[in-house]
Structures are given as C-alpha cells and as structure tokens.
Design a protein around this ligand. Structure first.
Ligand code: KPL
Length: 297
C-alpha cells in the first residue's frame, strides 16, 4: 500500500520549508506547484547547515489520497489552487490554510467539506532558485479552526510540526491571531512597498507619521471587531506591537516589497480589503486604508 502523504500546494518559501522539514523527519510529502520543481531540494538551516533531500514534486495532484493538504500559495492564488485540487480530494481530507490576511480563510472554510485549519507563522524563509530554500530565522506557528473546532486535529498537527523543527501550538483563537498578523502587515507592508524601503526606515520622517495614521485606523477597526492586541490595550497596544515588529525586522524587505520589486502581484487585497469592509460594516472612516487599497496592485 502506498504511504499517504502531506500534499503541500504552493512551493514558495513556506511551502518548501514545510515540505523539507517534514521529509527530513520521515514524513511522506508531495510538493505540488504550477510546474514541477527538481526532486532534489536543499534546505539551509538558520544555523547555516545545508541538507539535500529527495521530495516528490508534481505539477498536478497525484492519484493517491493525501493524509492532509497544506495550501501554502499566496492569498490571491489560494482559491484557484483549491479549485484545481477539489475534484481529486475525498471530501473528508483535512485542509490547512497558510495564507496571510483574512480573505481566503472564511471563503475556503465555507466550501471545503472536511476539517479546515488555519495556520499563521513567524518562521522566516526565502527561496534561492528552484532547488534551494533558506530557513532564515526561527519563529513559531499557531494552528486552529476558525470556529474553534477540530482541536484534536490541530493538536496533532502542531505536535507533528514541532517534532519536525517548526515549533507550533494549537490555539482556540486563530481568528484573533490572523487579525493580529493582518494588523501588523497592514501597517507595514503597503507603505514599505509603496516607498520601496526596508521596514526599519518606517521609523524615519516622513514615513513615521503615515504609519501612525494607518495604525490609528487599524486600531479603530480592531476595536469594532473585538480583536485586542496581544499585549497592552487599544491604540497603544497596537502601536507597541507594530513598532516592535518594525524594530525586530528593521533590515528586512517585507514580502509585499519583494513582490513589487519582482513584478509579482501582491497580497494587498487579502490584507487591506477585510479591514476596509469591516470598517464599512461598522460605519468607520478609513481613508488611508482605502487609498492604499486603491493604489496598490
Ligand atoms: O510579515 C511580514 C512580511 O514581510 O510580510 C513583516 C512582519 C512585515 C516583516 O517583514
């Protein structure tokens, strides 16, 4: 009998990191992309060690039944990737959504018949060509279901990832975690992409005032949605969080800036549109978020 594998759909940095860590720890993995990548992939660890591993790569879903499907595409590509898979999946297959923002998750959560978990991670990774991924910095991963269900499945996935070197925890409040990450991304990513600057430069005039104005709009939406910052409260809590992340990632080119520089589509809609539509629902004015949403592509 063939071993059931984790299908990892979307071989970007997080998808490949996940695939190679799982392979390294003895799990079956099939890495699926729009084109099949080389089957020998090198993983460089944050400590600088390089391991070359064999992984099954495909440009379409295999015939077998997966144990679990991880969708690791960019947010804007997730629904099309899911549609291409759906006919190959038994309805009960667990689906794990790794997207940024809060757009894909409720939509795919509503259309997949089996369990749907969401994951949000601070693992740092980037790809170096078709056959190499660099795990640039250790982070952690939170996993849960939007309605708080499937706790045992979330626990077992968190244990599996942790054993594979990606520390993870099952959480009952993944919706809050996704919105908290979205808040940070909304305050940093569109502005650094627009001005083509590294994250730390946001601390300088003239960007600083613009970041503060975006945080104020985001904090208003978060309050109306009942989402508290991870520490502190209200506007001050959100300000502290955003400026802490800016400081910790000062030298980074944020993902949205990398997409702009590479001429790729960005995740601006998945990050900004949920904020703007929540603001509209709550009767809040968010002119800066709306302008960023209108001007990004
Ligand atoms: O998550 C990020 C990203 O690049 O998307 C931040 C937190 C902005 C760090 O660069």
């Amino acid at each position: 009998m063939t071993r059931r594998t984790h299908w990892i759909v979307g071989p970007g940095a997080i998808g490949r990191l996940l695939a190679l860590r799982l392979v390294q720890h003895g799990h079956g993995v099939t890495l699926i992309g729009r084109r099949a990548l080389p089957g020998r992939q090198t993983l460089v660890t944050p400590e600088g060690a390089a391991a070359t591993l064999e992984v099954a790569t495909r440009d379409c879903p295999p015939q077998d039944c997966p144990e679990m499907v991880h969708l690791t595409t960019k947010a804007y590509a997730a629904e099309a990737a899911y549609a291409a898979l759906a006919g190959h999946l038994p309805g009960h297959t667990p689906l794990v959504l790794w997207q940024n923002g809060f757009f894909t998750q409720p939509r795919l959560g509503a259309c997949h018949a089996g369990p749907v978990l969401c994951a949000t991670t601070t693992e740092g990774a980037y790809v170096e060509g078709d056959d190499r991924v660099v795990h640039a910095g250790h982070g952690d991963t939170a996993i849960g279901c939007l309605d708080g269900g499937h706790a045992a499945l979330a626990e077992s996935l968190a244990a599996l990832l942790s054993e594979a070197g990606l520390p993870a925890a099952a959480v009952p409040d993944i919706r809050h975690r996704l919105w908290q990450k979205l808040a940070v991304n909304a305050a940093i990513n569109p502005l650094v992409a627009r001005y083509r600057i590294r994250n730390g430069e946001l601390r300088d005039a003239p960007y600083r005032a613009e970041v503060e104005a975006v945080i104020a709009e985001v904090a208003g939406v978060m309050q109306a949605e009942g989402i508290a910052p991870p520490a502190g409260a209200g506007l001050d809590g959100w300000r502290a969080l955003v400026w802490r992340v800016v400081g910790a990632t000062a030298n980074n080119r944020a993902s949205m800036l990398q997409d702009v520089l590479a001429g790729r589509a960005t995740e601006h809609e998945a990050i900004l549109a949920p904020l703007v539509s929540a603001a509209t629902r709550h009767g809040l004015a968010t002119p800066r978020l709306e302008a960023l949403l209108a001007t990004m592509r």
